[in-house]
Design a protein around this ligand. Structure first.
Ligand SMILES: C[S@@+](CC[C@H](N)C(=O)[O-])C[C@H]1O[C@@H](n2cnc3c(N)ncnc32)[C@H](O)[C@@H]1O
Length: 228
């Protein structure tokens, strides 16, 4: 785990101006896999309201809209807001410019309660005071059975205050101290992702269906006749 460092700040607005997909969300396997792992880790099939507080290109917000009744997508960079608006044009995703630890629920037309918050590669760009304030704000706005999900590059980006591993553990301490439970934790060489809930009704264990017949899986490899 790495210690807090004062980083070189990145001008995300300038990055998006130069390249509409500066992190390769649509091209790099790391990014595409990261997105799929976070979505697969969501503990519920559907949510009423989700918030993506650093929407970037809008790719996560778009996919959340397929599983959520309402999605709020915000970002500190106006260019990211524009990219998300473009990508999510045909959906119900609501997009606005907002910098964490800003509270989206105070904006006109935004719901007061959030069922899902997905912090994707953003927490480590906030300094210690802003991370604390952002976590407190999320806890205040999260529904009684709400879920917080995170994913970060495990290592320490040159422009971040902490490594992804450290920022995830810090959030884990804060959320569990507030009564949330970690339900999913994925850690590999490249990224770390966790999901915490405030109280989830477990899925019932499926009873075996007595009428079900077993269908043998066909073996695709042809077996040659034995020769003598
Ligand atoms: C590495 S990109 C990640 C984008 C997207 N969440 C993803 O995982 O692909 C970091 C994003 O965080 C945004 N960001 C940085 N600081 C922020 C802040 N204080 N509040 C909201 N967004 C911020 C940047 O504008 C940028 O879109």
């Amino acid at each position: 785990m790495t210690a807090e460092q004062a980083p070189t700040r990145t001008d995300f607005e300038a990055l998006y101006e130069r390249n509409p997909d500066p992190f390769g969300v649509r091209t790099r396997w790391y990014e595409r896999r990261k997105l799929q792992v976070v979505l697969a880790g969501l503990t519920r099939e559907r949510y009423a309201t989700a918030w993506d507080p650093a929407c970037g290109t809008g790719d996560l917000a778009l996919r959340l809209s397929w599983r959520c009744d309402r999605v709020l997508a915000t970002d500190a960079a106006p260019r990211a807001v524009h990219l998300t608006e473009e990508l999510c044009r045909a959906t119900t995703v609501q997009v606005a410019q907002l910098a964490l630890p800003g509270d989206p629920t105070t904006r006109p037309g935004f719901p007061a309660e959030l069922d899902l918050v997905v912090l994707s590669e953003v927490l480590y760009y906030l300094d210690a005071a802003d991370r604390r304030a952002a976590t407190q704000m999320v806890l205040t706005r999260l529904a009684a059975d709400g879920e917080v999900a995170t994913v970060h590059w495990s290592h320490h980006p040159h422009d971040a205050h902490l490594s992804g591993e450290a920022v995830t553990e810090e959030l884990h301490r804060r959320l569990t101290a507030a009564g949330l439970r970690r339900e999913v934790h994925h850690e590999d060489l490249d990224f770390v992702s966790s999901h915490w809930t405030r109280g989830r009704t477990p899925e019932p264990t499926p009873d075996p269906d007595p009428d079900a017949t077993s269908h043998p899986v066909p073996d695709p490899i042809p077996h040659p006749e034995p020769t003598r």
